[in-house]
Design a protein around this ligand. Sequence first.
Ligand code: C5P
Length: 233
Amino acid sequence: MSKDVIIACDFKSKDEVFNFLDLFTEEKPFIKIGMELYYSEGPDIVREIKKRGHKIFLDLKLNDIPNTVEKSMSVLANLDVDICNLHASGGIKMMEAAIHGLTREDGSRPMLIAVTQLTSISEEVMQNELLINKPLDQVVMKYAENAKIAGLDGVVCSPLEARKVKDVCGENFITVTPGVRFSDGDAGDQARVTTPAQAKEIGSDYIVLGRPITQAENPVEAYKRCVREFLGE
Ligand code: C5P
């Protein structure tokens, strides 16, 4: 299974993202495009970054009725992204429909991963606002299992949950983990963080870092350091 470092390109415009990508003259990092950039620039931003030779994780977190998700996923498959995602809270039928929509005529498809519970949702909010009266970690594992049953490739989770997800869903079930910081870096608004080396130890397949790379004095050096620590290269 391939492992990689994904840079969250949380920029608001095409100019900003291209100024950033222009810094990388040798490497072609795996890039995450989120809602802000996608909604401001549209699908062309995906095509243009792809044309530059980057792999793309399109982080749009779909959640709707199965028919709508299926049709939307077929549009994303035509955009030739490498990873896309949805909310597992949409249910198994919705996730199965998503896989169906993503699968191209030749049988190939981008990887599809699920968001279980957002890390911004606390157990208290989940129980008192969403009326889900179970422990948060049990809900996360149940949603991961549902994703596996529906045929998805993995989940987005904290590196601290990655081991348990693999114990429950199997070693080949992919974990994509944000919340990664350098040992000497600032955690910012991420509450539970691990270093790239710890994420490697725990068994994350892909780590996602934004600000520790995009806001670094030397983003290329920060990226290379991350690759060294995570992949041991
Ligand atoms: O800048 P930072 O490294 O915190 O960026 C992490 C990226 O991962 C952001 O794009 C953020 O939206 C995303 N993310 C996250 N936690 C989740 C899901 C996604 O930080 N649970």
